[in-house]
Design a binder for this molecule. Sequence first.
Ligand SMILES: [Zn+2]
Length: 76
Amino acid sequence: MIKKILKPFQEVLLQRKLCVGCTSQLDKADRIGILTKNSDLVECKCKRRYVFDRKLNQYRRASLQEDRQYIKNLKK
Ligand SMILES: [Zn+2]
């Protein structure tokens, strides 16, 4: 039982599709861009960015690299 409690809290929130910062629903967050064929970049109202994997139907934090890729695409 204790192990369950030790599971990273952020991971649990993401599994529930909630922002790790403000716990709002990521399904309602803004889809700000497309990263790849199967993933979208999503920005929460608190400005945290996530990657939504359409295949896995899952959210995860966007890496710095993905963030940069998005900015690069904006400038095109
Ligand atoms: Zn948030």
